[in-house]
Every structure is written in structure tokens, then in C-alpha cells.
Design a protein around this ligand. Structure first.
Ligand SMILES: Cc1ncc(C[n+]2csc(CCOP(=O)(O)OP(=O)(O)O)c2C)c(N)n1
Ligand SMILES: [Mg+2]
Length: 547
């Protein structure tokens, strides 16, 4: 048996069901022989992003795997890998490598050298008799500690050669979880119980750890409002009376009110990153910071108490300790809930004219409202793309069940939406998967509509066709007026049709509801859909300034 065959058997034994790829790597043939489905994307970055989307929308311990070829393939994949790293997403990346004797020879692209700064761990296979250890380390890295991309460079002649090893030599690594100390848990519980205006700040780690039930219980026990970051969106049902909504750079009125006034803030499963794509943390608040990555503690925000550990187990310990202090009965939350509802109503009053706008071309917010009103929110997965779609949708889309929304993007790669939803659909075949993207974003990954259509991984893309980049209003006027920079044209419904999908053009607001319903029907039948919405250059965002 050669090395590729052994790797394929190990992947199979680890429960891998499919592998994203493009297009030449001996592993593709080897996994196919094991009954693992290879899905070929139209470019490497798309393949990586689909693997990322699969990991994001799966429960713990289900990972996206991707294989590409050496040189150009490895180079082209880097954007997707960098984004998975920035968002702390565990994926297994298996690029082809050069032969051993050329690994260090210019201009051969050496993955081990070049990827080091953007992955959790990277190593090359130097000998066929080290494969079980390499793969064990890779899976251990996926399961343990701070999540991120694990990379194994498949040195071509080594993995093609016979290995003395068999699957029986491989030991699947068991996850080793850790929790904060009793003392820190006690202190954190006391702080939360004594707080006058507590806030639970929820990151993507709550979703990744499948800790959404524990989160809801803690919020109800303390009568503490819940704010979610972009990646945390959908960790709490946004119809819950204590839910404040989510925030990228834009957020909701209630979220702004609590971010501006909380005295104790428990950040749960969050890396507390300062970025244009996150809300600012109140500097006067006492911060309790839970993350499974110790290097995130005291990075930018000062943690009064650091709770380093698995978010689900940490929440369970916190629940026990809070109950020991105040008993099992949740505090009365009616006054807080009423305050949230009042602020929400005031905030929505300002935005309702846009959410219900009848203008033609369509207003972006009307498109978002139609999505809210015409899909089965509990059984869908929705995501944004970089640019105006992100900051427009984050405050207004109604996330309900865990993963019904995928918030992403600390380095925010344009075009992620399509491959992300392909990965999400593979992880959740019974859910309706929709991405809202701009015409600029389509240029980055639009051809993967063909991947979805061909592979019968049916997704729906709602494309805001505004002929430009609403995200840069007023930017580069000379370049725009004299040279047409940032103007774009496209009949995207027709392009989708040309790639085997169903294209629907929407020019008036009233057509969109029917288009969304048709899309859901088409998706159920295995057909991918693109809805090309003629939309405006809406530049308003629900942003707030806080001191
Ligand atoms: C790979 C990459 N390059 C550049 C950017 C910066 N960027 C963010 S939004 C955007 C334009 C988005 O235009 P479009 O998709 O049409 O959305 P709109 O803002 O018009 O709704 C760009 C270039 C990015 N996010 N990713
Ligand atoms: Mg645009």
C-alpha cells in the first residue's frame, strides 16, 4: 500500500465523508476508492472555503478536508486558509508537495515554510513510515485546544512510495478537554451575581462547543442580556426576550445600549478581537473572559478573570456555581426584557421605512426583510458576503436555531458566501442554504455556482446587483468618474443558467417573495438557484458611536 492509500484509509476511519479538491492530487483517487466523495471546485480558494463552511456548521468533531495540487494549487489556496485561521476554524488541508529532493529548491513552493504564519500547525511528510504519526498529530490538532487549520504537505515521491504501515498502526486521538480552576469559576459567578447590569458577550466558540443551551440557561438564571458577535450570531434565538442581537461594525439599538452601559461583561467563546468587524468593548466594564486559547487572554482587553477552557464545560461549571449562590430559580427578567423591547421598537422605527421600502431598484434592507419573511428561519442557514451585505444584514436578519446564521470574516474574504454555503449544505442537507452577496463578490467565487449545480449540492444565492461597490461610497471619485473603476456589469441570472443553475431576475420588490419561494422548491429538488436582484447603492448602516 502506498502512502496516499493509507492516508485515505485513515480519513475514512476518522469518519470523513467528502473532500473538497481541485483537481490533481493522487489523494483524490485514493479517497474515492475508500468511498469518500471528492467534490471538485473551480478554484482552490473555493475548495478551502467549502471545507471551512462544513466545519463551521457541523457539530464538534466533524471537520472539512481539502486537497489541492502542489505549487500553484498550494499558492492559490492561501486566502481561504488565512481566513479559516483568522476565524479559528479547524480544517485539514492536504496540499500536494514537491518531491523530497526539490523541497528546498527555488522557485518550488514550499508549503511548510510559507504557510507557517497562517496555520495552527504545518508539517511535511518526509518518510512513508511516519504517516500514522503525522495524521494523528493532524487530528489531535483539529480536536484539541485553539482551533485552526492543520496542514500536511504531501511530499509527492514519499506519499507515492510503499509504506510499511497499515491502518491498524493508526491511533485516533481522543480530545483532551480542559476547564478553568474552581477558584476562578467561583469568582466569576460571584461577579456576575453581584453585577448591576451584566452582559453576556457571545462569540463563535459557544456555537463551536455546542453550548447554546447552557448559554440560554445562564442568561435566564441571571436575567442577563445576550449580545452575539458576528461569529456568535445564532447562538441564542434572537426572538428570546433577553437577546440583544448581533454586531459586526453595525449592530442593533438594544445591543448598543448594553454595550454602552454594562458593568460586568462575560465574554464566552470569544477571542475579543478589536477589528472594524466587531463592536468595541466597554472599557469601564469588568471583563470575565472565557476562551479555549490562553493566548487570547489579556491580548487587547484587560481580563479581570480569565476562564481558559472548553466553553460548554465552563458554562456548566458557571451554572452550578451561580445556582449555589442564588438557587435554581431564574431571576425575574421582566423589567430587563421590557427595556430591551422598548429600545428595539425605537430602533426599528427608524429602520422600518427602509425594511419595507418600495423603491426600484430594490433597497438592500427590503431584500433582507423579504428573506426574513419568506424562508423557514428554523430550518435554514443564511450568510452574508463581505461588503455592504454584511453590515446591512447582521443587525436585521432574525437568527433562530444554532447555525441558522453563519457570521464570519475577521480578514473578510470577498466571495466566501458561495463555497461557504456549499460546505454548510453538505453538513446540513435538510436545511435551506442561502447566501446574500454583492456583484463584486460574485467575481471572486461565482463560478462555484457551477460546482453546486454539478454536484447537486443545492444552494441559493441572492445577489445584490448594484453595478458597483456600495461598501465604498464616495471612495476614489476621480478613478471612478474618469476611468470607471468599481463599475461592474453582469446579467448574473443568465450566467447562472449557463452554469447549470436556475437564474431568476428580480426587478421589483413584490417579485422577491415568489423568487425566494421558488428557490426553496428548486433547492429541494436538487437545483441550485441564483436570484439576481437589481438593487440600489444603499449606504446607511445601523452604526453607533460610543465613547
Ligand atoms: C479578497 C478580497 N479583496 C478585497 C476585499 C475588500 N472588499 C470588501 S467589500 C468589497 C466590494 C464589495 O462589492 P460588492 O460585492 O458589489 O458589494 P456591495 O458593497 O456593492 O453591496 C471589497 C473589494 C475583500 N473583502 N476581499
Ligand atoms: Mg455591488
Amino acid at each position: 500500500m502506498d502512502g496516499n492509500a493509507l492516508i485515505a484509509k485513515i480519513l475514512k476511519s476518522e469518519g470523513v465523508e467528502w473532500m473538497a479538491c481541485f483537481p490533481s492530487n493522487p489523494l483524490i483517487e485514493a479517497v474515492a476508492k475508500e468511498g469518500i466523495r471528492p467534490i471538485a471546485f473551480r478554484h482552490e480558494r473555493g475548495a478551502v472555503m467549502a471545507a471551512d463552511g462544513f466545519s463551521r456548521t457541523s457539530g464538534p468533531n466533524r471537520f472539512g478536508v481539502v486537497a489541492v495540487q502542489n505549487q500553484a494549487g498550494a499558492e492559490n489556496a492561501l486566502g481561504g486558509i488565512a481566513q479559516a485561521a483568522a476565524d479559528n476554524i479547524p480544517i485539514l488541508f492536504l496540499p500536494g508537495g514537491n518531491p523530497l529532493h526539490q523541497l528546498a529548491v527555488r522557485p518550488n513552493y514550499n508549503v511548510s515554510d510559507n504557510y507557517r504564519g497562517v496555520v495552527k500547525h504545518v508539517e511535511a511528510v518526509y518518510r512513508a513510515d511516519m504517516l500514522v504519526n503525522v495524521m494523528r498529530r493532524a487530528f489531535a490538532g483539529l480536536r484539541n485546544g485553539a482551533p485552526g487549520p492543520m496542514v500536511v504537505e504531501l511530499t509527492s515521491d514519499v506519499v507515492a512510495s510503499d509504506t510499511p504501515l497499515a491502518l491498524e498502526d493508526y491511533t485516533s486521538p481522543r480530545a483532551a478537554v480542559h476547564v478553568p480552576s474552581n477558584g476562578d469559576i467561583k469568582d466569576a459567578a460571584q461577579k456576575l451575581v453581584d453585577a448591576k447590569r451584566p452582559l453576556l458577550w457571545v462569540g463563535g466558540g459557544v456555537l463551536a462547543a455546542a453550548a447554546t443551551e447552557e448559554l440560554r440557561e445562564l442568561a435566564e438564571l441571571l436575567a442577563a442580556p445576550v449580545f452575539t458577535t458576528m461569529q456568535g450570531k445564532s447562538a441564542i434565538d434572537e426572538r428570546h426576550p433577553l437577546a440583544l442581537g448581533a454586531g459586526s461594525g453595525a449592530t442593533t439599538g438594544p445591543a448598543d445600549a448594553w454595550l454602552d452601559s454594562c458593568d460586568v461583561m462575560a465574554a464566552l467563546g470569544s477571542s475579543l478581537v478589536r477589528t472594524p468587524y466587531a463592536q468595541a468593548v466597554r472599557q469601564d466594564a469588568f471583563i470575565i473572559h472565557n476562551t479555549n486559547n490562553p493566548t487570547e487572554i489579556d491580548k487587547e482587553e484587560i481580563a479581570g478573570i480569565g476562564l481558559v477552557g472548553d466553553t460548554k464545560l465552563t458554562l456548566q461549571l458557571l451554572l452550578d456555581e451561580v445556582k449555589a449562590l442564588i438557587g435554581d430559580t431564574p431571576r425575574n427578567s421582566s423589567a430587563i426584557a421590557e427595556e430591551i423591547a422598548t429600545i428595539r421598537a425605537q430602533w426599528l422605527e427608524e429602520w422600518t421605512p427602509l425594511l419595507t421600502s418600495d423603491t426600484q431598484p430594490l433597497n438592500t434592507y427590503r431584500v433582507i426583510q423579504e428573506i426574513n419573511d419568506n424562508i423557514d428561519l428554523e430550518n435554514s442557514i443564511v450568510t452574508h458576503d463581505a461588503g455592504a451585505p454584511r453590515d446591512s444584514i447582521i443587525p436585521f436578519f432574525n437568527a433562530t436555531t444554532p447555525h441558522s446564521y453563519v457570521g464570519w470574516g475577521k480578514t473578510t474574504h470577498l466571495g466566501f458566501g458561495i463555497p461557504l454555503m456549499i460546505g454548510a449544505k453538505l453538513a446540513n442537507p435538510d436545511r435551506f442554504c442561502l447566501n446574500l452577496m454583492g456583484d463584486g463578490a460574485f467575481g471572486m467565487s461565482g463560478t462555484d455556482i457551477e460546482t453546486a449545480a454539478r454536484s447537486k449540492v443545492a444552494i441559493t444565492t441572492v445577489l445584490l446587483n448594484n453595478g458597483g461597490m456600495a461598501t465604498y461610497p464616495g471612495g476614489f471619485p476621480t478613478a471612478r468618474e474618469q476611468y470607471g473603476v468599481s463599475h461592474m456589469i453582469g446579467d448574473y441570472a443568465q450566467i447562472a443558467e449557463g452554469m447549470g443553475a436556475t437564474g431568476i431576475t428580480v426587478k421589483t420588490p413584490t417579485e422577491l417573495a415568489d423568487a425566494l419561494k421558488a428557490a426553496q422548491k428548486h433547492n429541494t429538488e436538487g437545483d441550485t438557484v441564483l436570484i439576481d436582484v437589481h438593487s440600489d447603492m444603499e449606504g446607511r448602516r445601523s452604526r453607533f458611536t460610543r465613547p
